[in-house]
Design a protein around this ligand. Sequence first.
Ligand code: XMP
Ligand code: MG
Length: 180
Amino acid sequence: MQGVQGEELEVLLSAKDIASRVESLGKRITLDYQNKPLILIGILKGSFIFLADLIRAIDLPVAVDFMALSSYGSSTKSSGVVRIIKDLDHSLEGHHVLVVEDIVDTGLTLNYIYGHVKSRGALSVKICSLLDKPSRRQVAVPLHYKGFEIPDEFVVGYGLDVGERYRNLPDVCKLVRANG
Ligand code: XMP
Ligand code: MG
């Protein structure tokens, strides 16, 4: 895909690399949650493609719910402000929860989500993120399952966007802005 004017895309993680990593994460999760009622909570919107692939790599009965939070708007800098736009539909009682996120950057968003979900009576809460940018962390969050560690670059594709663009890219790409 061509970037819009002033933006160039460089492949960081190919669709093939992502597919094989997601497959092995699914296998690990399948082993870890044998005989445990599992619910995946996708954090909208960025996780929607990762979640769709991951859930098909998990060979267990599994429920799904979603939460949507605001953090970035169309800017590429973290505001540190987290607000719930869409809360969970279901009670989590009696379930083991796996929160599925696209990327952990400062950690502020997941730190908030982790506390929120834990207060809903789940048997356990773990976190699975496709991407991790450890160099930007401001708050420590437990990342139980991780796809890839990436350098401090703004990335798009495979669900991730800038101003709602590029979510449909099959690869994760570095976004290079021609005008800084
Ligand atoms: P924090 O800083 O709270 O941010 O860990 C997590 C959320 O910020 C967004 N984010 C990105 N989105 N490319 C994106 O498209 C990036 O490189 C990026 N870094 C952070 C994302 O929504 C994530 O859930
Ligand atoms: Mg997100």
